[in-house]
Design a protein around this ligand. Structure first.
Ligand code: NBG
Length: 837
């Protein structure tokens, strides 16, 4: 702790330049903030106090940019993108802001001179885990790219008090722990208590005719809440643009229900307050299927309504004519979670602002664009009519009206046919009646996109086929991307320095420049340096692993990594079957020629997803046996790294040799971890699924380990009648692996523990593991052989990184801007200056 006490530094600054970045100014600002904002003197200050003081220091340095951005957008009345997302998985801000501001080194030195360690302060930050996985992280990468490309934009979402749960592993099982990320304060958000929006729930509607003879509807709610805005600046990379992420927190309108209070029902009144505020308490931890939860629908409506009301408020400050709303704003719906916005904007325009239905519909349909993120049919959101009626009675009426008008159009297209009508209808009437949110989103949007080429094609062929027939012009593909600022520059500084020493330092903003590395792939010195950086990263991951799991792993072994949510379709268990295959082979032949491997897994399972949780137990149990087997002489290690999140991801990607992207073909919409690995020089073993297809196209098939059935093959096999036991009985090695698991070898003799997993594979094997097993094991053999030729491995690794330019989220956002949003960049001047290019 003594290192926390800075020696001989001024405690109170007399004058303070809040934007300066000279060493002395930075040091003084940190001490100033420690004193004035944390009210601490150095001797008693905790590490968190110093983290807060440093964060405020950095925040001060981006506030000018933020204010200038807001002012410029206001003056120029810029067309603005609003990215609506129930999830933003931001990850820690401090390091990223230092990178984007370009003051990492300066701050590192200033902090050092105060006797502190920047790394330790960075680790102090609790990451805002306001998302489940790929979808939420994509939203965060897109905010970074929109700011970097100087696109006027807002992120709109929910300020969950508790984000995605922290994962602990006890006795090999996942245990969920509440994520109290706000516990020690959040220096990055600015509450805007005067920006508050009323949000109604429940009740009934009534109609009347106004003095001009117009038919009007009034919604008399059962209760009303307020949404309070919390703003976080989102700074672009080496530009003056800082956009806003506005998240809403729910608050009861009156702290007390005075009626209840007066009648003596004090606790009843307090309970109502608590119930209202529950809406933004916690993120639903399910990655894909979400059904039937009243609170979840309330969350979706709550943030959609607050955000649209806010946009209308902003619009009306300078314009009167709401029929032009869509010229100022465009809204991207990140999946169907905010799809209720379609009905809410109609309600605001028609009921609150008295636009005619047709005018309002024209605005609505030109405002929204919809991104689909999944093909899993069970993940398509639908809400029971009864729940809708109860929670959002006015919206149900509006949806019926939208649907009726829409179906009239459909009837013209398909005269006399009822099938297409039933499939296209926003209301599912096949059994219990539901509102289908994807249908609402498609009908209400001017653009619809998938997130990788294959995914978009499959959308058109399968779940959105009828909409594609009707509105082909609305469909396009926008392959996902990830921000190289967080995923290379921040997380892999050694690699960043190496690359910049060869091709200069403009590539983080122009990833196509990485191609200049290609000629170096055959340069033995460069290969050596490339391999050395990887090794350093592996050493530090090995230290992490030891500290967090107690398992010692060898940085010279092949680091084979699969990190992502735990799901049957992602097939972590296929990976484990390969581990057991190698285990058996080594037991049979201790002299087997193969490079030592360390299998690293990470990922959270939805708390209610029993098989996914059992998969974690399976991984840890196999690890327990394999890691302790003296006969293996450390040639196989299996690690489950607990609590996979953004922070841990930043340590994992740079250290990977091999990236596992092994989902059943046709089921992973895109994947984005696959991109992060490859950018950091990992080779991929993968199926032709999601963005893997495009990654392989870019890096070259000779630099990608492909295996498994293709999507059409999976479809054909399924149609023909797939019988997994044919594959098992036909493959003695596979049978032996399954038998070993069934024997209780990995469960202390307990033969029942993994039965649910085994039964799944023997009986239905919904995700075709048995069909892909041999192809996977063979492909892994090619990986091992390739790894034994290090020079060639490094060459492939360099080519992977060099050819990943396409997967920068900057490219994705440019495509959204050009093809969908039709927005242009608006450079921000600071003190009359734009930053140097
Ligand atoms: C996920 C897909 C991923 C994809 C991300 C981001 C959902 C509903 N979908 O394959 O499973 O990369 O979205 O598009 O979380």
């Amino acid at each position: 702790m003594t290192s926390l006490i800075p020696a001989g530094c001024p405690i109170v600054a007399v004058e303070d330049d809040r934007t300066g970045i000279s060493l002395e100014t930075l040091k003084r600002a940190i001490m100033d903030n420690l004193f004035y904002l944390q009210a601490r003197f150095p001797r008693v200050a905790s590490r968190n106090d110093f983290y807060m003081a440093l964060s405020y220091t950095v925040r001060d340095r981006l506030l000018q940019r933020w204010i200038s951005s807001a002012e410029t957008y206001l003056q120029q009345e810029s067309r603005t993108v609003c990215y609506f997302s129930a999830e933003f998985l931001l990850g820690p801000h401090l390091g990223n802001n230092l990178i984007n501001l370009g003051i990492y080194r300066e701050v590192e030195q200033a902090v050092g001179e105060l006797g502190l360690d920047l790394d330790e302060l960075l680790h102090q930050e609790e990451e805002p885990g306001l998302g489940n996985g790929g979808l939420g992280r994509l939203a965060a990468c897109y905010l970074d790219s929109m700011a970097t490309l100087e696109i006027p934009s807002f992120g709109y979402g929910i300020r969950y008090e508790f984000g995605i749960f922290d994962q602990e592993i006890r006795d090999g099982w996942q245990v969920e722990v509440t994520d109290k990320w706000l516990r020690y304060g959040n220096p990055w958000e600015i509450p805007r208590p005067e920006v508050r929006m009323p949000v109604k729930f429940g009740g009934y509607t009534r109609t009347y005719t106004d003095s001009e003879g117009n038919y009007r509807v009034i919604w008399e709610p059962h209760h009303v809440l307020e949404g309070i805005a919390y703003d976080t600046p989102i700074l672009g990379y080496r530009v003056n643009t800082a956009n806003t992420l506005r998240l809403w927190r729910a608050e009861a309108v009156e702290s007390f229900d005075f009626q209840a209070f007066n009648t003596g029902n004090y606790y009843g009144a307090v309970r109502d307050k608590i119930t209202s505020e529950n809406i933004t308490k916690v993120l639903y931890p399910n990655d894909e299927p979400l059904q039937g939860k009243e609170l979840r629908l309330s969350q979706q409506y709550f943030f959609s309504s607050c955000s649209l009301q806010d946009m209308v408020r902003i619009f009306l400050q300078h314009n009167k004519d709401l029929s032009k709303f869509h010229e100022k704003f465009t809204v991207q719906l990140n999946d169907t979670h905010p799809a209720i916005s379609v009905a809410e904007l109609m309600r605001i325009l028609v009921d609150d602002h008295h636009l005619t239905w047709d005018l309002a519909w024209n605005v609505t349909q030109h405002t929204f664009a919809y991104t689909n993120h999944t093909l899993l049919p069970e993940a398509l959101e639908k809400w029971p009519i009864a729940l809708f009626q109860y929670l959002l009675p006015r919206h149900l009426e509006i949806i019926y009206e939208i649907n009726e008008r829409f179906l009239d159009q459909v009837r013209l297209r398909y005269p006399g046919q009822t099938e297409p009508l039933a499939r296209l209808s926003i209301i599912d009437e096949s059994g219990e009646r539901y509102v289908r949110m994807a249908n609402l989103a498609c009908v209400g949007s001017y653009a619809i996109n998938g997130v990788a080429a294959l995914h978009t094609e499959l959308l058109k062929q399968t779940i959105l086929h009828d909409f594609y027939q009707l509105f082909p012009e609305r469909f396009s593909n926008k392959t996902n991307g990830v921000t190289p600022r967080r995923w290379i520059v921040l997380s892999n500084p050694h690699l960043t320095d190496l690359i910049s020493s060869k091709i200069g330092d403009r590539w983080p903003k122009n990833m196509a420049e990485l191609q200049q590395l290609e000629p170096l792939a055959t340069d033995s010195n460069f290969r050596q340096a490339w391999g050395d950086t990887k090794h350093r990263n592996k050493v530090s991951l090995a230290e992490q692993i030891l500290a967090r799991t107690g398992i010692t792993v060898d940085p010279n072994s092949l680091f084979d990594i699969q990190v992502k949510r735990i799901h049957e379709y992602k097939r972590q268990h296929l990976n484990v079957l390969h581990v057991i295959t190698l285990y058996q082979q080594l037991k049979d032949n201790p002299h087997l020629d193969m490079p030592p491997r360390t299998f690293i897994f990470g990922g959270k399972a939805a708390p209610g997803y029993f098989i996914a949780k059992l998969m974690i137990k399976f991984i840890t149990s196999v690890g327990d046996v394999v890691n302790r087997d003296p006969g293996l002489a450390g040639r196989l290690k299996v690690v489950f790294l607990p609590d996979y999140n953004v922070t841990n991801g930043q340590r994992v990607y740079p250290a990977a040799d091999l990236s596992e992207q092994i989902s059943t073909a046709g089921l992973e919409a895109s994947g984005t971890g696959n991109m992060k690995f490859s950018m950091n020089g990992a080779l991929t073993i993968g199926t032709l699924d999601g963005a893997n297809v495009e990654i392989r196209e870019e890096v070259g098939e000779e630099n990608f380990f492909l295996f498994g059935l293709t999507t059409p093959e999976v479809q054909a096999l399924g149609a023909k009648g797939y019988n997994p036991s044919d594959y098992i009985y036909g493959n003695p090695q596979l049978k032996a692996v399954l038998d070993l698991i069934a024997s209780g070898h990995f469960s202390h003799g307990d033969t029942s523990l993994f039965q649910p997993l085994l039964q799944g594979l023997w009986n239905r094997d919904k995700y075709f593991l048995m069909a892909d097993y041999q192809s996977y094991v063979d492909c892994q053999k090619r990986v091992s052989r390739a790894y034994q030729n290090q020079a060639h491995w490094q060459e492939m690794s360099i080519l992977n990184a060099a050819r990943m330019g396409k997967f920068s989220s900057d490219r994705s956002i440019q495509e959204y801007c050009q093809d969908i949003w039709r927005v242009k960049s608006v450079p921000i001047k600071l003190n009359g200056e734009t930053p140097p290019a």
